[in-house]
Every structure is written in C-alpha cells, then in structure tokens.
Design a protein around this ligand. Structure first.
Ligand SMILES: Nc1ncnc2c1ncn2[C@@H]1O[C@H](COP(=O)(O)OP(=O)(O)OP(=O)(O)O)[C@@H](O)[C@H]1O
Ligand SMILES: [Mg+2]
Length: 627
C-alpha cells in the first residue's frame, strides 16, 4: 500500500488543544476591550460586590483592570475558574432554564486569558491569604499565595497580543473608551446599590456612588437634562412586569444608544424588545430618530432563554408576543404622561366638564365646507381667502364663545353627546385643557400659529397640527362606527397599473371602514363612490393613488392595522390645511380645542413635532436678562 493511499484513510478530525479552543471561544466572547470589561464586571456583580472599580489604560489596549469587594475565591476555585466550562453558577440541566446570574457558561475567563496577559488576585472572605495567578496566552505561568483584600482583582494586559489579526481591528482609543463607558453605564443603571468607578490613564472618568433610589442613578448616568424628560413606566401584564422610564419624544438620539432595556437584570439589545419600544413610540418619532428609555423587565426565569448567544445580548422569550405587547403598552402609557400638556394634569373628575365639547370639536376636524343639513355636518371653516389678520393677543376662549354663538345661529343642537360619537364610554370623561387656554398672538408666514402660555411662547405648525387632528378623528370615528360619508354625484373612476390594482382590490374593503367606498369597475379600473365627510372630495383620484402607493410601500404582508394607519396618514395629510394658508381666529381656536382632544397632540402622524415652546426663562437667558 502506498503511503499516499494510507494518508487518505488516516483520520483528519482531531480534538483541538484547550488553549486553541479557548482562543476560538474568545473570538465570540471577546470582541473588543469593552467585552472584557462587561465579562469582568458581570462576574463582580454575580460575586455580590458593592464596589466595583474599573481601570483602563490606552482605551483598554494596554490594560484593563477590574477590582471588586465580592466574595472572592479560594485557591482551588481560582485555578478552576480558568478552565473552560468551569462555573459556580449552574450545576444541572434544569438550572440552565432558570438562570438568575449574569454568567453561567463558564467560558469568559478562559477566553480572555487565552488572548491576553492575564493576572488574577483573589481572596475569599474568611480566608487568611489570597491567591495570585499569572497567565499568558492561556498558559498558567505562576500560582502563588499573596496578601490581598477580600474580593477579586483581574488585570488584562496586552489584549490580543497573540492574535495580531484581532488587535488590528481595535479602533481608536476614544472609540474603545466610548464602548467601555457605555458598558459601565448600562451596568450602573441596573445596579444602583453598587458603587462604580471608571478611570482612564489614571484619571477618574466616571464615579457613581451607591444610591437607594434608582431614579438618582438614572440622573447620574444619563444626565440631568435626560432626567427632566423622563417619566415613569409601571405596567404589568400577567407574569411580565415593566418598570423604568421613557423620555418624551422631544428628546431623541440619532442612534439606539439611549435605549437601555434590562431583562431580569441583564442588559439586552434584543430585536423584539427594541421593536416593542418603537411600537410604544409609534407616531411620535421621525425616521432616523431613536428614543431614550431605561426599562427593567421582569420575566419569570423559566420564560426566558438567555443561552442564545455567547455575549448574552440576545435572548429568547417563551411568550414572545406577550412580552412584546406588554413593553409596547408600557411605553405607550408612560409617554401619555410625558406629554407636557398632560404632565401636570390634576386627577380626572368623574364627569366631563361642560366646557369640553369633544363631540362638537370632532365635527370640525375637517375644517371644510359642508351643508349643515342635519345640524350634525361639519360647519364651514374653510379659510376665507385673504382675510386680514391682526396680531393683537386674543384668547382662544373668546373666539370659542363667539363660535358657539355662531353655532346656535346655524341651529346646531346643543347636544354634547351626539349619537355614537361620544357617550362617555368611548371617550375619556375628561381631558385637560392646554391648547384651548393659550392666548393666540397671531400667525407667522401663514404657516405657524404663535400663542402665549402661562410660562412662555408657543409656536404651532398648523399643517402638522391639523394632520394629527384629522388622523385621530378618523381613527376614533372608525373605531366606533363607520364615519359619515358623502356620496359623489358622479363616481370618480381611476385607472391603475396591474400591480396597484391588485393592491387596491385587497385594500378597498378595509378602506370602507373609513367611509371611503371604492368598487372594482372591471380590469384595472375602480370607481370611488363615496368619501368620508371629513375629507375633501376635490382630488379623490390623487388621494386613492397615494393610498395605494403607501400600502405598497408598507408592504402587503404587514398587518392590516399598520397598512390602514398608513392610509390614514395619507388621508390626513391630503386634507390637512396647508402651510401659507391664512386662518381666522375662529379656525385657530377650534384647532387648539381639537388638539386638546388628541391622544398625541405633540407629533403629527409622521412623527414631526406639532409645537415648540420657549419658556420665559429661556428667552430671558438668551437676552441676557438673567444669567
Ligand atoms: N470577580 C469574581 N469574584 C468571585 N468569583 C468569580 C469572579 N469572577 C469569576 N469568578 C468565578 O469564576 C467562575 C468562572 O467565571 P467565568 O466568567 O469564566 O464564567 P461564568 O461567569 O460562570 O460564566 P460566563 O462565561 O457566562 O461568564 C465563575 O463561575 C465564578 O465562580
Ligand atoms: Mg462570567
């Protein structure tokens, strides 16, 4: 038999030496200095420490040292902890499905030690002497007794010194330091009772004292300006509990770095969780904006699998939908309070005061001309062209009073609860007034409404505001009953492309819910027979075409609600009053009144802000009246 023949039959598969397999594991666990910090700090937390110090040199390239005052280790454990799959945190199969510690895989320390010069000094409480172990590239060089305080100190020098390819991927000192600071910030947010200190090149960068109130830690870590925008979240649905804070949508980031979600004390960057947070902000954020949230989720340990990825940032929930919806609802509830117009609202009384004409205001959401045939149709509030405007301060209430007189003269019945619109069950019984109490100063460029509030100056984008009003009114009405529709004298026919026709065919029955009646008319042609009374019947063809485009954009596979919300946005945008359009006092005051009825009077359906405010203090600062 020739040698080469023998060769081909010899076994090619071999078990890798431990040092090599640890190096491979390090590829997953240790991506950069911040990963080392995360693993070491997690170990310190699991060890019950109350003080954790992190020292960094050269962004972690030169040195990373984490010292804690936790339970420490005896010599045997200190040696064992460097072995792969050696852990004190789980012992049996069932433990794997009820993990309450941050670590459990027993691979962090051997992985780190495989790609650095590693030094461990530790002393268990009750032990007279500590242990010191030196490791280089995964090989133990020295084990010795040493004097040491109770706790553990691990020093990682020359990270990736023996894997030059990895070292090449390290970014600048500032970038790596940024990641480290983020990692520590996340841990600190979740463990307010632990004191943390981070230093870089022997200079203390961050120091957070232990606090008993988690809100104080949030303020320490995220800054006072964030704290001021935060409002509490406290929501529970069966076994899932969500607590923490969400920031008003006026405070956003351009990256997801302000999203801190902790599941059972673990910081996760989970896709489902993130999606739920965004869903809770729905309609409040513009494309590319990210919210700031600090949320602590408690899920029964056996309902979450953290053993999905070596870094444990991703997790899997047994009841994914329940967790998703609970987070979404919690965020949504929290944000409702974040709206400054609601922020200081007193507790709702049992009945709605008579000065809250919800139903009446709803009827005017269209701002459009329509015959007051049955006394329940929208009154004509289309702006009179060229109506001159003065800029003397006027109170919205005066104008409302005048409007009410007008309504009486057009024989509108003074029924505050017209059938099916507001019977106290579908509508909140009470809504605080904010916009209706503003004093109207005037309109700027026919686009922005200028108002005065008790503590400052308010600028309202009239198109965004009206878009929101029409959007919510249609949504609210369709949830209660099919909104009133006006039949077109001659149905408007629309020819679409093949693909668009397919979309509209599917969409048409759902649009009927809003009073938009569209029937197939053979081939790719459709006939629009009725439009919601709230909408302008002027350019129906353009509206329907845009609706189809929107649905195509969202994707026909999305759920109906999402597609219909998209359609509502289009309808609202089409019918909202435009920029460069002069409004009368009455139109402005009705709009303000209607904003008070909206669930989200802060953002248009696309997420653009509706209004901005300058406080008097802020103005005085800018004029150097105060310092
Ligand atoms: N700072 C520390 N104080 C006390 N014991 C520690 C400390 N760091 C590590 N240990 C011990 O060493 C063991 C191994 O640590 P290692 O981080 O490698 O694994 P783990 O934490 O169990 O799991 P994971 O790999 O998921 O982090 C731990 O289970 C723990 O018993
Ligand atoms: Mg660990």
């Amino acid at each position: 038999m020739s040698i080469s023949f023998l060769d081909s039959y010899m076994s090619k598969i071999r078990v890798l030496p431990e040092i090599l397999s640890n190096k491979i594991a390090a590829g997953e666990v240790v991506e950069r200095p911040a990963s080392v910090v995360k693993e070491l700090v997690e170990n310190a937390i699991d060890a019950g420490s109350t003080r954790i110090m992190v020292e960094i040199e050269q962004g972690g390239r030169k040195l990373i040292r984490v010292s804690d005052n936790g339970q420490g280790m005896g010599r045997d454990d200190a040696l064992l902890c460097l072995e792969r799959y050696a852990t004190s945190k789980i012992a049996s199969d069932p433990d794997l499905f009820a993990i309450s510690t941050l670590g459990f895989r027993g691979e962090a320390l051997p992985s780190i030690a495989a790609v650095s010069r590693f030094n461990l000094v530790t002393r268990a409480s009750g032990a007279d002497i500590g242990t010191r172990i030196d490791v280089a590239g995964g090989r133990i060089n020295q084990v010795a007794d040493t004097g040491a305080p109770v706790g553990t100190m691990i020093t990682v020098a020359g990270l990736f010194y023996n894997t030059p390819a990895r070292r090449k991927f390290l970014k600048s000192i500032n970038t790596e330091m940024g990641h480290i600071a983020d990692t520590i910030a996340s841990m600190a947010l979740c463990r307010p009772a632990i004191q943390f200190r981070l230093s870089h090149n022997n200079r203390v960068v961050k120091s957070w004292a232990a606090v008993s109130d988690p809100a104080n830690r949030v303020a320490d870590v995220l800054g006072a300006s964030v704290r001021d925008a935060l409002c509490p979240v406290d929501h529970r649905d069966e076994a899932v509990e969500v607590r923490g804070w969400v920031a008003a949508a006026s405070l956003t980031r351009s990256t997801a770095r302000g999203i801190y979600v902790f599941v059972n004390g673990r910081w996760v960057k989970d896709r489902i969780v993130r999606h739920a947070v965004f869903a809770g902000y729905s309609g409040r954020l513009m494309k590319g904006q990210y919210p700031v949230v600090v949320i602590f989720l408690k899920v029964p340990f056996d309902q979450v699998d953290v053993n999905v990825h070596p870094t444990k940032h991703e997790i899997r929930f047994v009841r994914q939908k329940q967790v998703h919806d609970t987070i979404r609802d919690a965020v949504f509830q929290g944000l409702k309070q974040s709206d400054p117009t609601r922020w200081n609202a007193p507790a709702p009384p049992r009945t709605r005061p008579s000065n809250q004409p919800v139903a009446v205001a709803e009827k005017h959401a269209g701002f459009r001309s329509s015959p007051a045939s049955d006394g329940r149709q929208p009154v004509n509030f289309r702006p009179r062209s060229g109506s001159p405007r003065d800029v003397a301060p006027r109170n919205a209430n005066d104008a409302i009073g005048r409007r009410k007189a007008d309504e009486r003269s057009t024989s509108l019945p003074p029924d505050p609860f017209p059938s099916g619109v507001s019977d106290g069950r579908q509508e909140p019984l009470w809504k605080p007034r904010f916009f209706a109490d503003l004093t109207i100063i005037g309109q700027y460029k026919g686009t922005y409404i200028i108002c005065e509030s008790a503590d400052g100056l308010i600028l309202i984008d009239q198109h965004a505001a009206h878009e929101r009003i029409v959007f919510e009114t249609l949504k609210r009405q369709s949830a209660q009953q099919r909104p009133s529709a006006q039949r077109l004298l001659i149905p408007e026919t629309i020819d679409l492309g093949f693909r668009e026709a397919g979309i509209l065919e599917k969409l048409a029955p759902a649009l009927d819910r809003y009073g938009l009646e569209i029937d197939p008319f053979g081939g790719n042609t459709f006939a629009v027979k009725a439009v919601p009374t709230l909408l302008d019947s002027g350019d129906v063809a353009a509206l329907v075409t845009e609706l189809v485009e929107k649905a195509a954009d969202i994707g026909v596979d999305a759920d109906t609600e999402t597609i219909l919300d998209g359609c509502l946005m289009v309808m609202a945008c089409h019918n909202a009053i435009r920029a460069h359009q002069r409004l009368s006092d009455i139109q402005i005051s009705i709009m303000l009144e209607q904003l008070d009825i909206c669930d989200n009077p802060s953002h248009c359906p696309h997420g653009r802000p509706i209004w901005i405010r300058w406080t008097l203090k802020n103005l005085e600062k800018q004029f150097h009246r105060i310092v």
